[in-house]
Design a protein around this ligand. Structure first.
Ligand SMILES: Cc1cc2nc3c(=O)[nH]c(=O)nc-3n(C[C@H](O)[C@H](O)[C@H](O)COP(=O)(O)OP(=O)(O)OC[C@H]3O[C@@H](n4cnc5c(N)ncnc54)[C@H](O)[C@@H]3O)c2cc1C
Length: 241
């Protein structure tokens, strides 16, 4: 792992609570990483003496080494997200990385299934850029809440038009009417559409509850490699269920 300094060169709001930032590397001037890896920021914890470390997946393709992009979800009151959302174009930041084992493997003979919720799409976007064109079919199930949470949909559609072996499915758990796209959680797509996992490899990224249920659903069908990146731990259900 190295320590990098970088300058914020772009900050784009993609939705009401998701921002894409670009960091141009200053020193060292380039970064090499595997698609799916993350970088970490050390941030102040207001009122407490020690600093916190917060990891963020690299969302840009590994072929680009002079800058990285990060996809940020705004977490109200969160020190890490608060720090990154406070950055303006021109600001300098320090981060460490790259790190992480949630990386694209060399599955020449396996179909790939990517499953993400929210900003869990970040490492998968980098992996898609590295995998496509793919020798085997690649499917993405991406869960968001409602229409106002949509982003990257044009980019994914363009990727699918260029690479017919790629099928992206964005599903909304709470769409307003009318919504003529896919409804429900990513788990429902697995229940309805995944029948055989013999030649499949699965990558799943998001919160702990989604990951646990996706892994259970896949395991109930059969045995195949499943790679996971847990962004956060969901609180236990309040009503005892
Ligand atoms: C390997 C790894 C990679 C990560 N990559 C990203 C990334 O690319 N983009 C990103 O936005 N976050 C990412 N995260 C989460 C990130 O590191 C922080 O946990 C997040 O920004 C919240 O930190 P905080 O200090 O602001 O708030 P905290 O007070 O630490 O978090 C408060 C709560 O916010 C919720 N939360 C945390 N992350 C998210 C999220 N992404 N979406 C919705 N709710 C969340 C959880 O319930 C968490 O308990 C990643 C986490 C890991 C472990």
């Amino acid at each position: 792992m190295n320590t990098y300094t970088a300058r914020v060169s772009r900050a784009t709001d993609l939705t009401h609570d998701v921002r894409l930032i670009q960091l141009d590397l200053l020193a060292p001037p380039a970064i090499e990483f595997e698609p799916g890896q993350f970088v970490s920021f050390s941030v102040d914890q207001p009122g407490l003496p020690h600093r916190l470390t917060r990891p963020y997946s690299i969302v840009s393709p590994p072929a680009r080494t002079d800058a990285i992009e990060l996809l940020l979800n705004r977490v109200p009151g969160g020190p890490g997200s608060g720090f990154l959302f406070s950055l303006d174009v021109g600001d300098e930041v320090t981060f460490r990385g790259p790190a992480g084992t949630f990386v694209l493997r060399d599955y020449a003979d396996r179909r790939l299934l990517f499953v993400a919720t929210g900003t869990g799409i970040a490492p998968i976007r980098s992996m898609l850029a590295a995998r496509l064109p793919s020798p085997t079919p690649v499917t993405l199930y991406w869960g968001l809440r409602s229409e106002r949470d949509l982003y990257f949909q044009d980019e994914l559609a363009a990727l699918a038009a260029r690479h017919p072996e790629f099928t992206p499915v964005i599903t909304l758990s709470q769409p307003a009417d009318p919504w003529d796209g896919t409804r429900g959680r990513v788990q429902r797509l697995i229940e309805e559409q995944v029948t055989n996992v013999d030649d499949l490899a699965v990558y799943v990224c998001g919160g702990s509850a989604m990951i646990a249920s996706v892994v259970a659903l896949i395991r109930a069908i059969g045995v195949c490699p499943i790679h996971r990146e847990q962004y956060y731990k969901d609180p236990p259900p309040q009503d005892g269920r």
